[in-house]
Ligand binder design. Structure first.
Ligand SMILES: Cc1cc2nc3c(=O)[nH]c(=O)nc-3n(C[C@H](O)[C@H](O)[C@H](O)COP(=O)(O)OP(=O)(O)OC[C@H]3O[C@@H](n4cnc5c(N)ncnc54)[C@H](O)[C@@H]3O)c2cc1C
Length: 269
């Protein structure tokens, strides 16, 4: 079992991974591609020491090289959820599962809210993963709300296995509500009802409330103490996902603290 799994390879995740490795812990980083870090969009970063004139992309490339040079395993995937198994955690990335003793969430700014009905029907018609759940809807009418880069590819997969797909991208509708009884029966998109048995919501990030139960949230941010400990024992969080200020130096500092705390937690067991 891996000591520490870190979700997200932005500045907070990279900092946490390097520190955990230096504390002699085995580490896996699971993250979307670097392009999906907020830092990727920064044309020029002038307030971070050590790399004057660098863009966000330059800094992320150096970060990635540091991870590779340190021999830290980086898995490019979207983590879908984590289950608290008591003394360990199991992180799902669809068909693949990874176990760890401590978990560090460095997922950046995730969407602040879920659609009405989304959490209520999660696992009862709502899914975040076409590869995992697509076969359950073979021959059935479903909707896909495609908000990430892989959405069209995942929709093609759903169609190829025989799902009848109503596809919504950002331009087709903005407001969604999922309704049903025991399971999903319809999706309301901008006021129009579509009878469906399943709704796939494909985002690059997952709301913390859907990712792991038991986290305390404040306006969508994960609440931590100064040691970056969350409300769930063995789970730590760092960076933009813990709240403002959204800054590179803050993310790096918090990532470092989270890794020190996670390492101490493992050693104390
Ligand atoms: C345009 C712009 C300019 C900026 N300029 C500056 C600046 O000049 N100076 C400064 O200090 N700050 C700047 N910032 C802010 C800075 O980029 C952020 O504070 C910093 O990137 C936060 O790091 P993070 O690691 O917390 O999150 P992020 O950098 O957002 O990284 C989080 C990573 O986790 C991934 N992830 C999320 N959920 C999952 C999941 N379920 N599974 C797998 N991976 C997941 C995300 O895709 C992302 O790659 C800027 C931000 C923007 C948008």
């Amino acid at each position: 079992m891996t000591d520490i799994i870190i979700i997200g390879a932005g500045p907070a995740g990279v900092s946490a991974a390097l520190t955990a490795k230096h504390r002699n812990k085995s580490v896996i980083v699971i993250s979307n591609s670097a392009e999906q870090s907020n830092l990727w969009k920064a044309k020029l970063v002038e307030n971070y020491p050590g790399c004057p004139g660098a863009s966000g992309q330059d800094i992320l490339k150096i970060f990635r090289k540091q991870l590779d040079d340190a021999g830290i395993e980086v898995i490019t995937a979207r983590a879908l959820n984590a289950l608290d198994m008591g003394e360990s955690f199991s992180v799902s990335c669809g068909q693949d599962y990874y176990d760890c003793k401590a978990l560090i969430l460095t997922v950046g700014i995730t969407q602040q809210s879920t659609y009405p009905g989304e959490t209520e029907f999660l696992g009862r018609g709502v899914s975040y993963c076409a590869t995992c759940d697509g076969m359950l809807y073979r021959g059935k009418k479903i909707a896909v709300i495609g908000l990430n880069e892989e959405a069209e590819e995942e929709t093609a997969l759903l169609r190829s296995i025989g799902c009848e797909v109503e596809y919504f991208d950002k331009d087709r509708a903005k407001n969604f509500e999922i309704r049903g009884g025991k399971s999903v029966t319809e999706l309301i998109a901008d006021g129009i009802a579509y009878p469906v048995e399943g709704v796939f919501i494909l985002r690059s990030t997952i709301a913390p409330s859907s990712f792991l139960s038991g986290l305390e949230l404040d306006n969508g941010h994960i609440v931590t103490d100064r040691t970056m400990k969350t409300a769930v024992k063995g789970v730590f969080a760092a960076g933009d996902c813990t709240g403002r200020p959204y800054q590179l130096a803050v993310a790096v500092g918090e990532g470092n603290t989270a890794a020190i705390s996670a390492s101490a937690y493992i050693e104390s067991k």
